[in-house]
Each structure stands twice: as C-alpha cells, then as structure tokens.
Design a protein around this ligand. Structure first.
Ligand code: PEP
Length: 253
C-alpha cells in the first residue's frame, strides 16, 4: 500500500509570525479532523523551519519540509543551506528540482543529482519534482521529457535509495495558473512515471513509490485527482497558504 501524501509548498510567502500562525492552524485542524493515514508535509521557507518543526513535534502525521537544499556538504557557499543544517532543526523532507528553481536558478538535472545525494546522506526524504513546460505538452512530447528528467537526475541511485524518495509530477503550465491537468492527463503521465521507474528498478519497487500531482490543485479538484490509481496525493502551492483549503485537500482522498 503506497503512502498517501499531501505536501504544501509555501514558496516565498509569509513573515515568520504569519508562517507560524498558518502552521499552527494546519496542525490543529489535522489533529481534529484528519482520520485517515495521510502524511502531511509543510514545506516552509528556511527561516520558518525551526519554528514550524517545534510546533509539529509529537504530531506523528505532520512533517516539516524545506523547499531546497545545497548540492554541497558545507563550506564557502554564501547564502546556501545544507541538508545537515535542515536535519538539525527537525526537517524530514526537502523539495528538490521544483520548476521555479530549475528556471530561475538554472538548476540542471545533474546538479539535482547532487542535491538528492546530500538529502539522502543526511536522512532527508527528497520530494523530487519533474514536469514539462507548455510547449512540450503542446508538441505531445511530455512523456519523453519527464522520463529524461528522471533518468538524468535519479537513475544512478541504487534501488535502496530510490525507495526513499517521493516523486512530484508538476506540469509547469498548471503551476499557479489555475489551469489543472485533467485527472485523465494526470493519471496517464503518472503511469508513465511509474512504468519508467519499474523498467529501471522493478515493479515491486515502483509500486511502492508515492507519486504526487502538483499544479493548481484545490479543494474542489483534489478528490478527482487523488482518485486516480497512480496519483498518491499532491504537492500544493497557492492553496497551502490557506489552512482551511490545505486541510480540505488533505481530507480529499
Ligand atoms: C507548486 O508550485 O508546487 C504548485 C503546485 O503550485 P500551485 O498549487 O499554486 O499551482
């Protein structure tokens, strides 16, 4: 049985106090309302992580994630935050390869391999993002595009390592645009991702890897998306900034 997961990506939003208020609301609502075994992850900006992690201590269902980590272990890398630093403040997950990092920070598939290595070496679970831009979707090349992203960044990892990862499929044309992939489109490419993992690592392993959908997922479309057999939850941007919307998404399975 694959783990059901809903992760919120706050991006660069909220002051420290606003972030702690949001986290506290989510934690209370999850404790009061969420009866299923879904794993909830809040991926906050770096400066919020220590505070959010203290608030969520002892709440087994709620986990804290970062939105990026350095590809380096330590040293003279001004402005960077290492995976071991994240671990030291109670972070358990880290988004790697979000399309905004790929685009605005020119993160390549090979750099992402190094980030995943750092995450794993420090006991963090990578939430590895893949997904195609609009022109690739319009040319109907999305399957090959996403497969290449996975192959180039992840396929040198061992079977043991790949099982420690979460994959997030996020079509760039659906991120923050209000334009969601249809549930059929999501299922189709999630299956492509799963088959691609199976071809490299075997079906038993691939069947156990959670693949999340991201891209304008909201309370009113989450259930339809999460009902697809290969959609194991969501990576939520905009709607994760409102506690009520985020927890309603968590309750959508
Ligand atoms: C994201 O950026 O990971 C995302 C899914 O954003 P949104 O939900 O706002 O489309």
């Amino acid at each position: 049985m694959r783990q059901k997961i809903v992760a919120g990506n706050w991006k660069m939003n909220n002051t420290y106090d606003q972030g702690l208020k949001l986290a506290s609301e989510v934690i209370h609502m999850v404790q009061d309302e969420v009866k299923s075994d879904v794993k909830v992850i809040m991926c906050a900006p770096f400066i919020h992580l220590s505070g959010v992690s203290k608030l969520s201590q002892g709440v087994a269902q709620v986990h804290v994630g970062a939105q990026d980590c350095s590809a380096k272990e330590a040293g003279a890398y001004t402005g960077e935050v290492s995976a071991s630093m994240l671990k030291s403040v109670g972070v358990s997950h880290v988004i790697i390869g979000h399309s905004e990092r790929r685009e605005y920070h020119a993160e390549s598939n090979t750099l992402l391999t190094d980030k995943v290595k750092q995450a794993l070496a420090n006991g963090l679970t990578p939430i590895f993002c893949c997904g195609e831009p609009l022109e690739i979707r319009e040319a109907d090349q999305q399957n090959a595009y996403v497969k290449q992203q996975l192959t180039e960044s992840l396929f040198d990892f061992s079977a043991e390592d790949i099982q420690k990862m979460i994959i997030a499929y996020e079509p760039i044309w659906a991120i923050g645009t209000g334009k969601t992939a249809s549930s059929a489109q999501a299922q189709e490419i999630h299956l492509v991702v799963r088959e691609h993992l199976a071809a490299q690592y075997g079906r038993d392993i691939s069947d156990n890897i959670s693949i999340l959908y991201g891209g304008s997922c909201k309370p009113d479309n989450a259930h339809e998306l999460f009902s697809q057999p290969d959609v194991d939850g969501g990576l939520i941007g905009g709607a994760s900034l409102k506690s009520r919307d985020f927890v309603d998404i968590v309750k959508s399975f």
